[in-house]
Write a protein of this length. Structure first.
Length: 319
């Protein structure tokens, strides 16, 4: 509608920038995508972001654009919109992303990390709507989390809070990419699921997983484990059961720590595990000190691949 106002949501990654035109109901009515050269100059990184925004804005002269929200890898400062030193975006070091984009487009700009923003989108428009205190987890290549208290992102003292994917749950576990041992990310993310399957294949190659990997355990993916599970493969079942145990133990700790009203799960692996969300809750028996864990639902997020764009838009007020 011509008189409706919109915000632009921008999701910056190491290889691409996705953008969308988002209305007040959280619907993404237009998409754009441009490549991101993470190892280039700061100016070229900004140019990639601006190109995605310009694509979204083409043909929108009759629409009111009130703000731009941006999800960027961290560390970053959500108060100032400065991107500090993200490992997978070396082009930006102490880069004032919000100020630079605002200077180009003359509207307010908000910047935050993707999991925080996706959590807010789920509270405003998605599976967390109607709840005040929400824990959001996205399980995919890594595990990211966001915490919403009273409808607001919990940033902590410096903006670095809610790194729930790097909660250590096994001091003797494998080393995570962050340097710590036994983070839930290294145990239950997509690569973590594949790694566990590869370990089991070393002593048991009589598995559908081995067949799907064409006889090469190094080619195993979490998707292959899911496919093998679907046809009743015992090794895949063992891997999935262990993954559910890990996630239940982790989320049980979250329940004891923050007691959210709801837990919202997003990300590609979460979609794969969606039939097992009730199984995770059942595993809290004996794992949780909180006397009422069964009153906390675990639900699938509304936004899938568009979580970053919707989350970025959620950072901005909409009319």
């Amino acid at each position: 509608m011509p008189n409706e106002s919109y915000v632009v949501g921008v999701d910056v990654g190491g290889t691409k920038v996705a953008a969308g035109l988002v209305n007040a109901g959280g619907e993404i009515i237009k998409h754009a995508r441009t490549p991101m050269v993470a190892t280039g100059s700061a100016a070229s990184g900004l140019a990639a972001v601006n190109a995605a925004i310009q694509q979204v804005l083409e043909g929108t002269s009759d629409r009111k654009i009130t703000a731009i929200g941006i999800c960027s890898p961290g560390p970053l400062d959500p108060k100032t919109g400065v991107v500090i030193n993200p490992p997978n975006l070396p082009c930006w070091r102490n880069f004032p992303l919000a100020d630079e984009v605002q200077a180009l487009h003359k509207v307010p700009v908000k910047v935050d990390n993707d999991a925080n923003a996706a959590a807010l989108a789920e509270v405003k428009w998605g599976a967390g709507r109607g709840y005040k205190n929400v824990f959001y987890g996205t399980v995919g290549t890594g595990i990211g989390t966001g915490i919403i208290f009273d409808g607001r992102i919990y940033h902590g003292r410096t903006g670095a809070a809610a790194e729930g994917g790097h909660m250590g749950i096994d001091i003797h576990g494998p080393r995570c990419g962050c340097g710590k041992k036994g983070c839930v990310e290294v145990l239950a993310s997509g690569p973590g699921i594949a790694r566990r399957a590869r370990q089991k294949l070393a002593s048991n190659s009589n598995s559908k997983v081995f067949e799907l990997a064409q006889g090469n355990p190094q080619h195993v993916t979490s998707e292959m484990v899911a496919q093998a599970y679907a046809v009743g493969d015992p090794l895949a079942r063992e891997v999935i059961e262990e993954t559910l145990d890990v996630l239940a133990y982790w989320l049980g700790n979250i329940v004891d720590l923050v007691e959210p009203d709801v837990i919202v799960m997003g990300g590609g692996v979460s979609t794969m595990l969606s039939p097992f969300l009730e199984d995770i809750r059942k595993r809290w028996n004996g794992m949780v000190v909180n006397p009422w864990p069964q009153q906390i639902p675990v639900v699938l997020a509304r936004y899938g691949e568009d979580a970053g764009v919707a989350g970025a838009a959620a950072l901005c007020p909409t009319n």
